[in-house]
Design a protein around this ligand. Structure first.
Ligand code: DGT
Ligand code: MG
Ligand code: MG
Ligand code: MG
Ligand code: MG
Length: 284
């Protein structure tokens, strides 16, 4: 590259490197999906095709970026998690976010027709996503972040399931259903569903109640639950820079080869993490 008198403009670029040895979460969210879901007639409250499409796009992002160790999706959003030892793109925030958002969007659009064969995409209703990166300094806080999203999924799904059952089966107006649900707690909603409509919320599909968690499954794994404590902050994971070259290369190969699993399970309790210690530890 030749030097020119114009090169000084480069100095205006601001550094945006994320702190080392912290968890990086890139959360993306569909733009204006309220309108988009209406336009393509997504089923209410949950459209299985729409969720499967989100998951399929997210799985491709995971395969494309082996540094991602886990992802969690609900509604029109997905959180992608990089391990503290990831050095991808020198941990530059904009580069991580824009790569994830554009790769996800590309696959979402590419795969759309497989999930909505009779509703082709047409402007101006084209899907797009926003994104942001947030860092978390410990695995405890990373887990609290994941729990926050899953609790949100549960609260919204219970509300939406009750609301749409009252409207669609109970023939109530949107306003009346909204009015009646104002100030209710979970047990009230469970009771409305059960007493009025014979619906046991516990029997609703797991994908709706729990959202979707994507992670890598390694073939050489020991299926036994591990006793490794994921809350042990006194022994932080070894930064990649401190891992030996051969160790890094071995993990890179394994991550690329590993199968990406889509699951609908509790990620709030310890069990999920204790059974899959490689997610937090970053090595197998
Ligand atoms: P934003 O994110 O500020 O650009 O605006 P929205 O409209 O995307 O709002 P957001 O992200 O808070 O809420 C997600 C919207 O997507 C919400 O209005 C419901 C819709 N949506 C997501 N999944 C489904 C689904 O499975 N079925 C239906 N009917 N709607 C869905
Ligand atoms: Mg939003
Ligand atoms: Mg949205
Ligand atoms: Mg959303
Ligand atoms: Mg370039």
């Amino acid at each position: 590259m030749a030097n020119s008198k114009f090169e000084y403009v480069k100095d205006f670029e601001q550094p945006d490197v994320l702190l080392p040895n912290t968890w990086i979460v890139v959360r993306i969210d569909g733009r204006g999906f309220h309108k988009l879901s209406d336009h393509y007639a997504f089923e209410k409250p949950n459209d299985r095709r729409a969720l499967d499409l989100m998951n399929a796009a997210a799985a491709e992002v995971m395969k494309d970026l082996p540094d991602l160790c886990i992802a969690y999706g609900v509604s029109d959003e997905f959180s992608f998690v990089f391990h503290p030892n990831s050095q991808l793109f020198e941990r530059r925030s904009a580069k991580l976010v824009t790569t994830i958002v554009s790769t996800f969007t590309a696959y979402y659009i590419y795969l759309w027709s497989s999930y909505f064969p009779s509703s082709p995409l047409k402007p101006p209703y084209l899907p797009s996503f926003d994104g942001r990166a947030v860092i978390y300094p410990s695995s405890r806080i990373l887990r609290d972040y994941m729990s926050w999203r899953q609790v949100d999924c549960h609260i919204n799904n219970l509300y939406n399931t009750t609301f749409w059952t009252m409207v669609l089966q109970g023939k109530m107006s949107n306003t009346d259903a909204e009015q009646e649900l104002k100030g209710t707690v979970s047990s009230d909603k469970n009771e409305i569903l059960f007493k009025r409509f014979g619906i046991n919320y516990n029997n609703e599909e797991e994908i709706y109640k729990k959202g979707s968690v994507l992670y890598r499954q390694y073939e050489l794994q020991d299926p036994k639950p591990s006793s490794v404590s994921v809350e042990d902050e006194t022994s932080p994971s070894i930064p990649e820079a401190q891992q030996s070259r051969s160790q890094q290369d071995r993990m890179k190969k394994l991550r690329r080869k590993a199968k990406v699993v889509i699951d609908h399970v509790d990620i709030i309790k310890d069990e999920f993490w204790a059974r899959r210690p490689w997610i937090i530890s970053g090595s197998v």
